[in-house]
Structures are given as C-alpha cells and as structure tokens.
Design a protein around this ligand. Structure first.
Ligand SMILES: Nc1ncnc2c1ncn2[C@@H]1O[C@H](COP(=O)(O)OP(=O)(O)O)[C@@H](O)[C@H]1O
Ligand SMILES: [Mg+2]
Length: 317
C-alpha cells in the first residue's frame, strides 16, 4: 500500500478536533445520484482503487454503482511546498485546504457555456480529499495544447468569458487583498531566488530588471496561473476540450498572468484571440509578460532552462 494511503487510513480513527469552529463540517452528499459514496465507502475500498497519477495530488479512479469517480488526496506537505505552491500561498493566501474549502464557489464562478467543469461529489477536510465524478475524456500529458483551431477558439471563449467577470481584489473568495500585489510577488520571487537560484547571475540580473516594471493590475479575474493542457480532458480525436478537471490553483489574479502562460502553451494564438474577443479586448501583455513569465521560470529550478529563450519563447499576443 502506498505510504500516503496508510497515513490516510490511520487518520481515519483520529478524534475530531475539539475546536469545532476551526474545522469546516465534513461534506455530506446531497445529490441522490451519489448516494453511497461516503467516507466509509472510500475507506473500505481504497485499496482497490486505481491510482492514475501522483503529482500535487494522488489521483485515483473508482467505480460506485453505475458511475465512475475520481478521488484526489492532497499529497504535498505544507511544510515542503514546491516554489510554485509556496508562491501561490504567499501571494494569494491560497493553499490546498482553502481551495478545497472553496471548491463549490470556484465551480460556480467557472460556470460558462464553452467548457464544462468536472462535477463535484464530496470532500473531507479531515482526510484532505475531494471526489469528483469522472468526466469521459482523454488525458493529455504535455503542457502544450494539441493543435487545432477549434480547440484554440474554444479555449479563448472559455477564458474570455471567465475574464469578463472582474473584481477589485486578488486572493481568493475567503481572503481578499486590495493592495500590495506587486510587493507580494517581488517578495515571493526574491525568496525563491535566495533558496533555489542563489548562484545564477542571469536570474539576479533579470530580477533587477523586472522589479522596476509597472504591472499594477486595474482589476482581477478568476485565473489558473499554471494553466496547461493537462488540467483539462479532451475528446477522442483531441480536437476539442471536454472539461476542466484541475481546480487546485484557481485564484483571483491579474488576467495578464494567465494569458502570459497560455501563450506558451498554444501553437497559434489567432483562434484563441478570436474566441476571447467575443467577450472583450485581449489585454496588452507588453509591460506585463516578462514579470509573470519570470515568476514561472523561477518555479522550475530543477530543469534550469535557458532564461533568455524561456522569456522570448512563443510571444504571440
Ligand atoms: N474529474 C475528472 N475526470 C476525468 N479525469 C480526471 C478528473 N480529474 C482528474 N483527472 C485526470 O487526472 C489527471 C490529474 O489530475 P489533476 O487534478 O490535474 O491532479 P494533479 O495536478 O495533482 O496531477 C488529469 O490530467 C486528468 O487526466
Ligand atoms: Mg493538474
């Protein structure tokens, strides 16, 4: 049995926290279709579930009644977060726990006519898991989206629609900040540099450049800062997107951030722009792109890609 699971099962017997106010109530399944899928069912059967991926979460597939489900168990320790998740916590106050707490609201905010969201079934705060219905569709491993104008157009409509709703705060539903965005980003970047990039002169020089950029966002929208193809599932021929399935990183943040990242994952942004602009003009990324790309660059200190080519790759918007 994987060690995380032993831990999960062992915790099952742990007493409830005495400070009831600090622990959100365990979710009960209200939809009749999902009756029978509860903590006891999961506990009794988890050893037979199929482990389909281990990354930020341990992701399992299982069948209950006539339906297929996806169980995600938080797997990154809050004491040893990767640079990306640590930065998301510092800048937005968002953690795996707050994302799980707010999942119902996030899904409501993501309601749109272009790409469906995986259907939420239940969650457990005590056991740090969340269950969705499995969306029929194909997994795609690379960050870059499969080619195809329809897919780019559909993605553009989806993100344009979500970006058309704007807010005067960054953070998340329960933790709203109205000022200090750039300062928080600079703090996160300098801490990541100190920890992971101390010996890179190119990184120090680049930081010296971006820290003077005037990025001041005029408003914020719901964004996925690490948007890439593997956060979605696709139709059989990889010509359209069936659903968004990963909600861990959604935060209220600057639209320019998400657009600077998605630009790197699309071969031809023309169709994306057409779809996006059904909802409003695409923000100008000039004067913003370098700031957000540099943050994303810092978050992968293991591969140590060439900084100059990362920053100039696939500039399309
Ligand atoms: N509700 C779902 N329906 C179908 N497939 C899913 C669902 N949730 C996750 N998956 C599959 O599992 C993979 C990993 O899930 P994800 O939420 O992205 O976890 P992580 O980012 O921790 O790896 C996805 O790329 C997708 O292929
Ligand atoms: Mg993912």
């Amino acid at each position: 049995m994987p060690p995380g699971l032993q831990c999960f099962l062992r915790e099952r017997g742990a007493p409830r926290a005495t400070n009831a106010g600090a622990v959100p109530p365990e979710n009960t399944v209200k939809d009749d279709r999902f009756m029978g899928i509860d903590i006891d069912y999961i506990r009794s059967n988890i050893e037979n579930f199929e482990l389909i991926s281990v990354s930020t979460n341990k992701v399992y597939r299982f069948t209950g009644g006539h339906d297929k489900y996806i169980l995600k168990i938080g797997h990154e320790s809050t004491d040893a977060l990767s640079p990306f998740w640590w930065g998301i916590k510092e800048v937005f106050g968002s953690t795996f726990d707050t994302q799980r707490d707010n999942i119902e609201d996030t899904l409501l905010l993501l309601d749109n006519p272009h790409i469906q969201t995986a259907r939420f079934v239940m969650k457990s705060h005590r056991h740090k898991f969340i269950v969705f219905q499995e969306t029929e569709g194909r997994h795609y491993e690379p960050d870059e989206f499969p080619r195809g104008d329809w897919m780019g157009y559909q993605l553009g409509q989806f993100i344009g629609c979500i970006h058309s709703k704007q807010y005067d705060y960054f953070g998340h539903q329960a933790s709203r900040f109205r000022s200090g965005f750039k300062e928080k980003m600079l703090y996160a970047m300098s801490a990541i540099i100190k920890e992971y990039w101390a010996d890179s002169q190119a990184v120090h020089d680049y930081y010296g450049k971006i820290r003077h950029m005037d990025i001041s966002p005029a408003s914020y929208s719901l964004i996925m800062p690490d948007i890439s193809a593997n956060q979605f599932v696709f139709d059989e021929g990889f010509s359209s997107i069936k659903a968004v399935v990963d909600f861990d990183a959604y935060v209220m943040g600057p639209r320019e951030w998400e657009l600077s990242v998605i630009e790197m994952c699309l071969e031809n942004c023309g169709a994306f722009k057409q779809g996006y602009e059904q909802y409003g003009p695409l923000p100008n990324l000039h004067g913003h792109r370098d700031f957000y790309r540099f943050f994303m660059y810092l978050c992968d200190p293991w591969e140590k890609q060439d900084l100059a080519s990362f920053m100039s790759r696939n500039i399309q918007f």
